[in-house]
Design a protein around this ligand. Structure first.
Ligand code: 1PZ
Length: 205
């Protein structure tokens, strides 16, 4: 197992990337630049393969949105710039806009955070952890059809033990890395929510 041999696992790489992103944000005076943000979000997709085939659709959905933000990084410096431009053009919530895709990617980051929190807080199955996390973070914003499809896909999730093995972690190392991701992603998620809220855009979509 990579974690036992002291090699970097996918989960460690993700946790470290988010810690680095937070350091960069602090160094930039509390601004989040588009390019490092979207590159860091792109790393997350390595975790999808551990969840099984049924979540390939979720992966495609997430990756498409991240790729849009990677593209936006060529024209915009910060996430604030993206939002301000879309407000000017009245397309913040328009399907496919950078701001809407940012909101969707943020939901993905929040979903993983909630999943890890559930994983650490309970001894229950991955099914239970994922169902609770999805219900908290994404379900309120998804159509009935999507919620049904996700609910069916949940039955195909691996067991807790299988997930740990697929991530190349041990029972101990997986807890440590999930905790790191939770801690590092929190200020990023909060920052993104605040980008919207500080411009009087509610988060009920
Ligand atoms: C961490 C994994 C937990 C268990 C699995 C939970 C699976 C969640 C499946 C989410 C399916 C997303 C279905 C598509 C929803 C789209 O309708 C919306 C709206 O898109 P738009 O109209 O703006 O084009 N898209 C989203 O809400 C994006 C949500 C991204 C969530 C991706 C999951 C990230 C999980 C990472 C796993 C490592």
């Amino acid at each position: 197992v990579a974690a036992r041999q002291g090699m970097e696992t996918p989960l460690t790489a993700v946790a470290e990337a988010f810690e680095e992103l937070v350091r960069g944000m602090d160094a930039d005076g509390g601004e989040l630049r588009v390019a490092p943000f979207s590159d860091t979000c792109a790393l997350v997709s390595v975790l999808f393969s551990s969840l099984g085939m049924a979540f390939r659709f979720a992966e495609m959905e997430y990756v498409t949105k991240v790729n849009d933000l990677i593209g936006a990084g060529k024209s915009y410096r910060t996430l604030s710039d993206i939002l301000d431009k879309d407000i000017q053009n009245d397309c913040v919530k328009k399907q496919g806009s950078h701001s809407r895709n940012l909101r969707r990617v943020r939901l993905g980051l929040g979903l993983i955070k909630a999943l890890f929190e559930q994983f650490l807080a309970t001894e229950g199955s991955l099914y239970d952890a994922a169902t609770t996390a999805y219900g908290q973070v994404c379900a309120p914003f998804h159509s009935w059809a999507i919620r049904k499809a996700v609910g069916a896909g949940m039955y195909t999730l691996p067991t807790r033990e299988q997930l740990v093995v697929r991530l190349n972690e041990t029972d101990l190392s997986v807890q440590k890395q999930m905790r790191r991701y939770i801690d590092a992603s929190s200020p990023i998620i909060e920052y993104i929510d605040n980008l919207f809220l500080s411009r009087n855009i509610s988060l009920d979509w």
